[in-house]
Design a protein around this ligand. Structure first.
Ligand SMILES: O=C(O)c1cc(=O)[nH]c(=O)n1[C@@H]1O[C@H](COP(=O)(O)O)[C@@H](O)[C@H]1O
Length: 298
């Protein structure tokens, strides 16, 4: 469970530094409140073909819809956020994306934060299109936050960073991903590694928030990265944003690994697990028990 001392160096009241758009508090403040209320777990909604089959559902848009809404219903009372994996909806074209839209609306209705795992990134002019899709009020795909890939340069993400800040939404920028291949790009540069630069840029973005509030520009740092943060000299407490940590469960990481990996930054960590929880379905009670078990390990 997160420390009651809050996410940053200084403890204090969790009042947002600025009001987000649409009358909504900034994403970081809303996520922090959800983590305090429910615990630091995000459940990934990844409708893999194999999981659909195991749940007795067809690999069709209708199957995706049933899977997504059932998973949401099961985990909503326990998860601070849900993270639909966009690729698995996209593979069914527009009808698959309609199932994703329905899930996003249902989660919002249920009061569960949504993180669209779309990993978008492009030159600024195109990035504005992605920002509109995932972060603009009124878009049918709008989520509370979206994952972004910074490998066209952190600053290329500007349209999404600005639209998120204006609308009380958030972003999670890939820094150190959970897959072993990530190191071949992210570790490059030694003490001035790519990952360290991304973390530094996120810290600058979060300066707009008061020191005692979790910022809305988060990073993705895998629960499986081991000693990489220390090896690369990356201090996540300086980022003052949420850390989305995939790798729990199916990729082998445990709650103990998370604490060892993130150390003093652990209170800002939102651990995420998809297959490790979804494999317990389709029974709602079994899904809830798996979610509770994941939470107890954090
Ligand atoms: O951005 C992500 O969520 C992500 C980043 C990363 O470094 N590693 C990673 O596994 N993910 C996503 O997190 C989910 C992990 O799924 P499980 O391994 O089934 O828990 C998948 O949807 C991945 O695409």
């Amino acid at each position: 469970m997160p420390s009651p001392d809050g996410p940053g160096a200084a403890a204090g009241p969790a009042a947002p530094a600025t009001q987000g758009g649409a009358g909504r508090a900034p994403f970081g403040a809303r996520l922090w409140a959800a983590m305090q209320a429910k615990g630091p777990l995000c459940v990934g909604i990844d409708p893999h073909p194999g999981l659909l089959a195991a749940w007795g559902l067809p690999d069709t848009p209708g199957g995706l819809r049933s899977f997504s809404l059932a998973a949401l219903e099961a985990v909503a009372p326990l998860a601070a956020a849900v993270k639909p994996q966009v690729a698995l909806y996209e593979r069914h074209g527009s009808a698959g994306m309609a199932a994703l839209e329905e899930l996003l609306a249902a989660a919002s209705q249920a009061g569960v934060l949504t993180i669209a795992d779309a990993k978008r990134g492009d030159i600024g002019s195109t990035m504005a299109g992605y920002a509109d899709a995932w972060l603009r009020d009124g878009s049918t795909l709008a989520a509370d936050a979206v994952t972004l890939s910074p490998y066209l340069g952190f600053e290329s993400l500007r349209p999404a960073l600005d639209l998120a800040a204006a609308n009380g939404r958030g972003v999670f920028v890939l820094a150190l991903t959970s897959n072993p291949e990530g190191a071949s790009v992210q570790h490059v540069g030694g003490s001035e590694s790519v990952a360290r630069r991304i973390a530094g840029a996120a810290a600058v973005e979060n300066q707009r928030y008061a020191r005692d509030v979790l910022g809305s520009v988060g990073l993705v740092v895998g629960a499986t990265v081991g000693s990489a943060l220390a090896d690369l000299g990356i201090d996540l407490s300086a980022v003052r944003g949420p850390i989305l940590a995939p790798g729990l469960g199916a990729q082998g990481a445990t709650g103990a690994d998370l604490r060892a990996t993130f150390g003093a930054s652990y209170p800002a960590v939102l651990a995420t697990s998809s297959r490790g929880i979804l494999a317990a379905g389709p029974d709602v009670a079994a899904l809830r028990a798996a979610t509770r078990e994941a939470l107890q390990g954090l």
